[in-house]
Structure formats: C-alpha cells, structure tokens
Ligand binder design. Structure first.
Ligand code: ZN
Length: 68
C-alpha cells in the first residue's frame, strides 16, 4: 500500500497531539513510575487543564547495575 508521509523528519517530538477536549496544546506535566518496567508520562492542556497520561516502557538509562 502506498502511503505518503507528509511529516517532516522525525526531529520533532513524537507526541504533539492536541487536547481531546479543546484541541489546545498539550504540554509535558510530569512523569511517574508505575513499576520497574512501566512509567506514566503526564501531559496537561494549557487551556483547559485536561490531563493525558501515556504509559510507556521505561528505558534503562542507568547501566550501572554492576558496581564498578
Ligand atoms: Zn484542553
């Protein structure tokens, strides 16, 4: 199936979805751990205050499990 992507290079943050309530701009509001493997990233709408939570896999950013 041919599908042209009109999007520019993937340098932009992948999450730029508008607010589901007022279509305003969502902004990053915080992050919290759900478990050792999952985390919630919270986005809040600047206009109406609606929150959008994305659960995603946590990336292991600290490879110092082994003490040097
Ligand atoms: Zn909104």
């Amino acid at each position: 199936m041919r599908h042209k992507t009109a999007m520019p290079a993937s340098s932009l943050p992948s999450l730029m979805m508008p607010c589901p309530v007022c279509a305003g701009r969502m902004s990053y509001a915080g992050r919290r751990a759900v478990s050792a493997e999952l985390e919630d990233t919270v986005y809040a709408c600047r206009r109406c205050g609606a929150e959008l939570i994305r659960t995603s896999l946590r990336k292991i950013a600290n490879p110092d499990a082994e003490a040097a």
